[in-house]
Design a protein around this ligand. Structure first.
Ligand SMILES: Cc1ncc(COP(=O)(O)O)c(C=O)c1O
Length: 398
């Protein structure tokens, strides 16, 4: 593997620690060091490392036989559950990743509208080939992208006036995840909804991350319904996963009984391991109440960290929604990627490595995604480590 790596977001200098096992919320590396896992596999690890219900579901699926090569009960039950849980889904289809779900949703929007352009936002991340969270966009798919400014209603107006009738879709995260855990404002997302309605554009909410932030997905708390919604990560219960769905009249274009049906294939779309683990996780573990509690725990932790930074007057703050957050070493309001340009890269690196040394595993960019296994007490330990970090390094952060 080039650079001994196959997932760039996991690489950091001089080299990432090699992990050999996980139990509950704790990780153990090859040298025997233990870490509290706050990185939560970039939100996919919502159930922790050893959830017994999910382990039993996976064992059950293996015992019933893998690679059945046909529809099976878990597939149908999971599709029904997703549609029940996420009100924006009349119909759903499965894929293998969030990236693939976004590609399918965009391709569906282009086929349904006969248009080609897609509005996305600076700071948005929708997969390795639909990535606007950095300046390097060389790997992006050659769609006709129009790149708007996140949380910027005036820019939305301008884009719709210029490109409205040529847009097939708007693809947006209701809160940008990789872009720095930045919440989308209700006004901004409403403007998108209204612009799409005015111009016949398909509104796609990428809820690959944000679907875990409220029982019906973040759009349900915002009261804004997308035409298509994309899902992934934790909804596979630990196995590879993706799904997309939405309004019946769009999704029914995939009905294989139709003469003019769109062909959506994928060898692993119905694989028994993802279906069993995903279904069990959402049905038996991540109930609406558990979802609400996890996100309250996240709000409490974020509040505590921000209180510490504020009371010390440190150049540090934590953005985010519920159980997903990001630490930024800067002052002042942050509502879009451009605002993050002033965070010194060195501060981020220093914090990440210091936290590793103190037994806290988080994403090198400062992202935290709580799993169900991370308790308030674990959170307090991290608050102490964050406080000590600021006490020691405030002078160089300022
Ligand atoms: C918002 C969002 N969409 C899509 C993706 C891509 O999902 P996957 O890595 O499963 O392809 C990610 C992954 O980080 C994401 O954060």
């Amino acid at each position: 593997m080039p650079g001994a790596d196959t997932r760039t977001s996991l690489h950091y200098a001089p080299f990432p620690v090699t992990l050999v096992s996980g139990a509950g919320a704790r990780l153990t590396d090859l040298d025997g060091h233990q870490y509290l896992n706050l990185q939560g596999d970039y939100t996919a690890g919502l159930y922790g490392h050893t959830n017994p219900a999910i382990a039993a579901a996976l064992r059950g699926a293996i015992d019933r036989g893998v690679r059945l090569g046909g529809p099976h009960p878990d597939l149908h039950e999971y599709a029904a559950l997703l549609c029940e849980r996420f009100p924006s889904l009349d119909r759903v289809r499965f894929t293998n990743s969030g990236t693939e779900s976004n590609i399918m949703a965009l391709s569906l929007a282009r086929a349904a509208t006969g248009r080609t352009k897609v509005l996305v936002f600076d700071g948005g991340y929708h997969g390795g080939v639909i990535d606007f969270s950095t300046d390097d966009r060389r790997l992006n798919l050659p769609f006709e992208w129009v790149i708007g400014s996140y949380n910027d209603g005036d820019d939305v107006q301008r884009v719709f006036e210029t490109h409205g009738t040529e847009l097939a879709a708007v693809l947006v995260e209701p809160a940008q995840a990789a872009g720095g855990a930045l919440a989308g404002t209700r006004d901004f997302l409403n403007e998108l909804r209204e612009g799409c309605d005015r111009h016949g554009v398909v509104l796609i909410f990428d809820e690959v991350v944000t679907s875990r932030l409220a029982p019906g997905g973040l759009q349900s708390t915002l009261g804004i319904t997308a035409d298509l919604t994309t899902l992934g990560k934790y909804l596979g219960g630990g196995a590879s996963f993706g799904a997309f769905g939405g309004r019946a009249e769009l999704m029914d274009l995939f009905d294989p009984r139709r003469e003019d049906g769109l062909h959506h294939a994928g060898t692993n779309n119905n694989n028994v391991l993802s279906m069993a683990a995903g279904l069990t996780g959402l049905r038996d573990v991540f109930s609406a109440d558990v979802c609400a509690e996890l996100n309250e725990r996240g709000e409490r932790l974020r509040g505590r960290l921000n209180d510490v930074a504020r009371s010390r007057g440190s150049a540090a703050q934590v953005t985010g929604v519920g159980s997903v957050m990001n630490i930024h070493f800067q002052r002042g309001p942050i509502s879009r990627r451009a605002d993050l340009a002033v965070t010194p890269r060195a501060a981020r690196t220093l914090f990440h490595l210091e936290m590793l040394l103190h037994g806290f595993y988080l994403a090198s960019r400062g992202m935290i995604a709580l799993s169900l296994e991370v308790s308030d007490e674990d959170g307090e330990e991290f608050v102490d480590a964050f406080t000590s970090f600021l006490e020691r390094y405030d002078v160089v952060l300022a």
